[in-house]
Design a protein around this ligand. Structure first.
Ligand code: NAD
Ligand SMILES: O=C(O)C(=O)C[C@@H](O)[C@H](O)[C@H](O)COP(=O)(O)O
Ligand code: ZN
Length: 367
């Protein structure tokens, strides 16, 4: 496998170079383009016209812009459209959208005809900094998040920060959640940069937003290169906050709770758990919470999707997480800001429940 970072290209406008970039990876010019309804409306015509000018033949697929599109029923429908359009192994698939389109399109590409190449063209901050990189592709099952999927590395990740100009504020915060995660798990200097330039980054001001995008993409690519199939415990650190987050998303039935929002709440819980178990110093706990206090949620969301939940039911829901072993949850914890590890031993249920209570108390206080 090549260095993951070598196939990540950050350029504006990247779409005008897709033909030449595909050629460098031995990809042809027959492409299935997957959009969601919003990215089709916003960027579809420009992308398709540019690709046609570069000699591509395209087939267009569009899915509803929501998490529930990551489903077996949507995948089944798309397979049918591809078969009817005579898509064969000489084709590739480009995912033009956020993490939903990327995960779903990657899943289709990994399974259709036993696998065709996939190119990621991320258009949300979350997709540019996380989901388009590293080849985890999946659909959800009603019993758990991302339970059905593959490791299918993209041939190319084409990042054009100009796509961010139309992104609603809620999606910017969603993306920033995973960006902040990299500061927590891998890079204290990056954490400090995010704390110092938070207001510029939220307003998507340059050079801060490009710095945040490229640093995030690099950290993720580096982790993936060292532990592609999540076997050594290193890649699992990208799951910081996610054991809680996946439980919350499942309880919300994947509706009205963005993945990034669930991860922000999950990271608050994980910070408290790291502290309660004696790994994270009190000063660092408070520094972490201070940065997370910048996040904004739609009115009532934290109340409905977290504060009002029964904590035992949440822990039960978290048991759908793939890191568990023999029904015992596994957590990614911090021993300092800038370093995470997968805690391999069982953690007493009481500590997890207390961390949830701590996080609830913190959100209550913040209201
Ligand atoms: N595979 C991975 O490694 C990985 C990593 C993180 C998250 N994920 C997955 O990613 C998904 C979340 O992705 P997301 O947060 O990008 O959500 P999303 O794909 O649902 O996109 C969010 C919203 O933004 C709209 N949108 C996209 N680009 C836009 C643009 N440029 N301007 C205006 N609107 C735009 C979309 O239509 C959608 O309504 C979750 O399913 C999560 O599990 C996967
Ligand atoms: O790429 C990874 O590895 C990650 O854990 C990135 C996460 O941000 C992402 O949400 C991922 O989809 C979670 O993967 P899962 O294996 O826990 O479903
Ligand atoms: Zn995530």
């Amino acid at each position: 496998m090549q260095t993951p970072a070598s196939h990540i290209i950050v350029r504006t406008p990247v779409i005008d170079s897709i033909g030449e970039l595909c050629a460098t990876r031995g990809l042809g010019k027959k492409t299935v383009l997957l959009f969601d309804e919003n990215t089709r409306t916003l960027f579809g015509d420009t992308i398709i016209e540019s690709m046609h000018r570069q000699g591509f033949r395209t087939v267009e697929l569009v899915v509803p812009a929501r998490e529930t599109s990551k489903s077996v029923s949507t995948a089944w429908k798309l397979y049918g459209q591809m078969i009817e359009a005579d898509v064969d192994r000489s084709w590739n698939l480009v995912c033009a959208g956020g993490g939903v389109v990327g995960d779903l399109g990657g899943y289709i590409a990994a399974s259709y005809y036993r696998g065709i190449p996939v190119v990621q063209l991320p258009t949300t901050l979350l997709a540019m900094t996380d989901s388009s990189i590293g080849g985890k592709v999946a659909i959800n099952h009603p019993l758990g998040k991302n339970l059905i999927g593959f490791f299918h590395m993209p041939e190319l990740v084409l990042i054009d920060p100009a796509y961010l100009r139309t992104l609603p504020s809620r999606e910017i915060y969603g993306g920033l959640s995973e960006v902040v995660k990299y500061g927590f798990i891998a890079d204290r200097d990056f954490f400090d940069l995010l704390a110092a330039h938070w207001s510029e980054i939220v307003r998507l001001e340059e050079p801060w937003v490009s710095k945040a995008v490229s640093r995030s993409a690099f950290i993720k690519a580096d982790v993936v290169e060292k532990d592609f199939r999540e076997t050594s415990g290193l890649r699992a650190t990208l799951n910081f906050g996610h054991t809680f987050a996946h439980g919350l998303e499942k309880m919300a039935e994947y509706r009205n709770l963005r993945h990034g929002e669930a991860v922000t709440i999950g990271m608050v819980c994980a910070l408290f758990l790291s502290h309660r178990l004696g790994f994270l110093a009190e000063t660092e706990l408070h520094e972490g919470l201070e940065l997370l206090a910048h996040f904004r949620f739609p009115r009532g969301l934290v109340e409905k999707r977290f504060l009002s939940l029964d904590r035992d039911e949440l822990v039960e829901s978290m048991l759908s997480d793939k890191k568990k072993i023999d029904k015992q949850l596994r957590f990614v914890l911090l021993d300092r800001i800038g370093h995470a590890f997968l805690h391999e031993q069982d953690i007493a249920n009481e500590a997890v429940l207390q961390a949830i209570d701590d996080a609830k108390g913190w959100f209550e206080m913040k209201r």
